[in-house]
Design a protein around this ligand. Structure first.
Ligand SMILES: C[S@@+](CC[C@H](N)C(=O)[O-])C[C@H]1O[C@@H](n2cnc3c(N)ncnc32)[C@H](O)[C@@H]1O
Length: 283
């Protein structure tokens, strides 16, 4: 293979530096970067080296590893490492199930939902639309949705709640007029979530593999979709145990369609379907 084609203006990220970085990321954030991600990481770091004025990857790796895990640069690096792909009503069967089968268990209660690994907020606002409908129908008095992520950049997008117009395509037609504002800019059309819906949400900069003490312990629903997939089995178990702790008995944990927990089912949990689990009520 012609290795020179992988060279960037900063040379190459050596195998040793890739290993140092990937080990650091795994130990502190639970994200496992296999060897095949070497060149992806090398490319994604280019803007960081440019901004900080380094001339080689080695200099950058020495620098970032000397910063504390809570430092600005470590979080800047995590911003470029994490995959934030998401969309409104992604895996939409979960939203139908929530509305028709799961939510009726909690009619009459104030509903609290946690979107763990919320990315730019589309999952949070999709949930907010569904719950606003349920509130309007008189099934629930009120609702609140928390979203957390390790990427500050992506959380800023979530708080802004402004999205390219083409993202509306996955939003049910009936919700568009009610919950979206349209920009007047014809060249770069965008939508924004209405403030009435935004008022029911809060975004937190929290690491799922660290200690999360800022979140309530009585969620009826935790959505952790397409995030566990980046963790190895041991970290997944740790994170799932934490998520379950934050659920009230009878509450539901919903994971992504490619993330079934069936092979590692934690105790005290009932399978509703391969991606939906219920925390068993103590009798
Ligand atoms: C692919 S997105 C999934 C977004 C959304 N849940 C969905 O299903 O569309 C995964 C998100 O998890 C976040 N993430 C990865 N590791 C994390 C960690 N240790 N703590 C918090 N968030 C994390 C990433 O930054 C990314 O935004």
């Amino acid at each position: 293979m012609d290795e020179t084609r992988f060279k960037t203006e900063f040379g190459k990220l050596s195998q040793r530096d890739f290993s140092r970085l990937s080990q650091f990321i795994y130990e502190n954030f639970g994200i496992f970067l296999p060897d095949k991600k070497h060149y992806l990481l090398q490319n994604r770091l280019i803007p960081r080296l440019r901004e900080l004025g380094f001339s080689s990857y080695g200099q950058y790796v020495d620098y970032v590893l000397n910063q504390g895990t809570e430092s600005e640069e470590v979080f800047e690096m995590m911003n470029v490492v994490s995959t934030n792909k998401t969309e409104f009503f992604r895996e939409k069967e979960h939203f139908t199930l929530l509305q028709q089968k799961l939510l009726p268990d909690f009619y009459g209660e104030n509903i609290r939902v946690w979107s763990a690994g919320c990315s730019s907020g589309e999952e949070v606002y999709s949930l907010a639309m569904v719950l606003a409908e349920e509130k309007e129908a008189g099934h629930i008095p009120d609702f609140f949705i928390y979203g957390n992520d390790i990427s500050k950049r992506i959380l800023h997008k979530a708080i802004q709640a402004i999205y390219p117009y083409k993202e509306v395509e996955s939003i049910p037609f009936a919700y568009r007029k009610k919950y979206l504002l349209r920009s007047k800019n014809k060249e770069n059309p965008t939508i924004r979530i209405v403030p009435e819906l935004r008022a029911h949400t809060r975004f937190l900069w929290e690491n799922l593999t660290g200690n999360i003490e800022t979140l309530p312990y009585d969620f009826q629903f935790v959505f952790c979709r397409n995030t566990l997939i980046y963790f190895d089995r041991e970290t997944q178990n740790k994170v799932v145990t934490r998520l379950l702790k934050h659920l009230k008995p009878g509450g539901y944990l919903i994971v992504g369609h490619s993330e079934s927990l069936l092979h590692q089912l934690p105790p005290g949990v009932k399978v509703i379907q391969p991606t939906v689990y219920q925390k068993i009520k103590k009798s």
